[in-house]
Design a protein around this ligand. Structure first.
Ligand code: HEM
Length: 413
């Protein structure tokens, strides 16, 4: 063999122990021997690959997070977290830095999309009853990730230091102050004072680029690990009224090649005839989904610029000053009753989400869309989502100066 080719092969094999697999054993080994691929099992259920099973929403959320981390690190090379220079450094991205505007737009649209994707992912998991045993803990990790995502987006909002950022954060943090006992302290600690200023910008920056992403990476790792350990995706076979409520279904005997690679809690009803190798069936879908997700972000970034208003002016509040869109439902509730809307209702919703899998333990309707047996749970969930969506629409379009009702189509409304 040509010495150059031999040298190249030696280097290649030192990195990728298994080449492109051609046998079933090779396909399983490829999964086990690579750091990234070993997150997958060697084989997956054929029906879990159907697009309508998950709509790829968990993966889309993951991909958006990765796009955010990469574009965020690149933005950090230019951004300066100081009240004097933050605004100019963001504006320079549009006019001075090569491809800066594209970078900023990608980061901004990916952040909005991630909030949308995570809500849809959570809804998918809920509607399929996939939070039940053995996935209660992973659902809880998910609730943590959801709150982290909102907080990540919120802390990023202040960084451009324009009017939009300044007043959205002023409103957002004043909502936090309604929490009984700890509210004022939370607001003060978050802002590093009583008003949004240099201390707030630095705190938001450190939270946004170090603390929250680090926490999110750790929790995503736990989340993905638990998906494997909980036996893969929830499946209708897990409907077992005979299994005691809240208990995971009993592990099944493993067989053959799977014994090497399966998750520690194999799912019930494992049938080799209904499984396919993750290489290439799952991998190819994952790659395509990434290409699709990235393309959407890129297209949005090319055609729509992220907003940048005038420089923040602490003595000139816009009227009305609105929170970021994902907190607008909260702002609308607070406008009616600060304590009930700002504390009791959101607190009760988060608590209900965390406790849900420990309260609803009937082993019915798992892994199926809109199972009839789950009409009450699914109906309640959808009603709450609908109510939040209506409140968001009202706050976005029907609220004018002093939070008075306006008709958006009325002249000057
Ligand atoms: C950064 C945020 C998140 C990422 C990256 C993520 C990622 C994923 C992925 C890749 C899956 C595999 C199946 C799928 O694609 O749907 C999954 C499943 C799951 N996720 Fe998430 N997720 C996140 C947030 C959440 C949230 C907010 C919840 C719920 C509160 C949640 C609960 C679950 C549960 C229980 C499963 C197992 C579902 C099943 O077995 O069918 N996740 N997640």
């Amino acid at each position: 063999m040509n010495p150059f080719r031999r040298f190249w092969q030696t280097v290649y094999r030192s990195v990728f122990r298994v080449g492109i697999p051609k046998t079933n054993l090779g396909r399983a080994q490829a999964m086990v021997s690579s750091f990234l691929l070993h997150l997958h099992p060697a084989k997956v259920r054929r029906d879990s690959l159907r697009p309508t099973r998950t709509f790829g929403l968990g993966l889309i959320t993951l991909y958006l997070f990765i796009i955010l981390v990469v574009s965020g690190v690149l933005l950090m090379f230019h951004y300066v977290p100081s009240v004097e220079r933050a605004y100019d450094s963001v504006r320079d991205l549009s006019f001075v830095v090569t491809a800066g505007v594209l970078l900023r737009n990608c980061h901004r649209w990916a952040a909005h999309l991630m909030v949308v994707a995570i809500v849809l992912h959570m809804a998918r998991v809920f509607l399929m009853g996939a939070y039940k045993a053995p996935r209660q803990f992973n659902w809880g990790v998910g609730v943590g990730l959801f709150l982290l995502t909102l907080f990540l987006s919120f802390t990023g909002y202040l960084l451009p230091w324009d009017q939009l950022a300044f007043w959205a954060i002023t409103v957002g943090t004043s909502i936090a102050a309604y929490a009984p006992g700890v509210g004022e302290l939370t607001r003060f600690s978050l802002l590093g004072g009583n008003i949004v200023g240099q201390a707030s910008l630095l705190r938001f920056y450190v939270l946004h680029v170090v603390v929250l992403p680090a926490a999110a990476i750790l929790m995503i790792a736990v989340h993905l690990y638990r998906i494997r350990k909980d036996g893969g995706l929830a499946h209708p076979d897990e409907d077992q009224p005979t299994v005691e409520e809240g208990e995971a279904p009993p592990p099944q005997k493993s067989y053959g090649l799977m014994a090497l690679t399966e998750s520690s809690t194999p799912y019930v009803g494992r049938d080799p005839g209904k499984e396919v190798f993750a290489w290439p069936h799952l991998l190819i879908r994952e790659v395509l989904l990434f290409v699709g997700t990235f393309s959407v972000v890129l297209l949005l970034a090319i055609f729509f610029d992220a907003p940048l208003e005038e420089l923040a002016n602490p003595i000139h509040p816009p009227n009305p000053a609105k929170a970021p869109w994902y907190f607008l439902a909260l702002q609308e509730l607070v406008a009616h009753s600060a304590f009930l809307g700002g504390v009791i209702i959101p607190g009760a919703l988060v608590l209900a989400l965390i406790l849900l899998p420990y309260l609803d333990r009937r082993r019915v309707g798992i892994g199926r869309w809109f199972a009839r047996e789950r009409w009450l749970a699914n109906g309640t969930f959808l009603l709450v989502l609908l109510a939040l969506a209506i409140l968001t629409v009202i706050a976005t379009f029907f609220r004018g100066p002093n939070w008075d009702w306006v008709w958006p189509w009325a002249a000057g409304g």
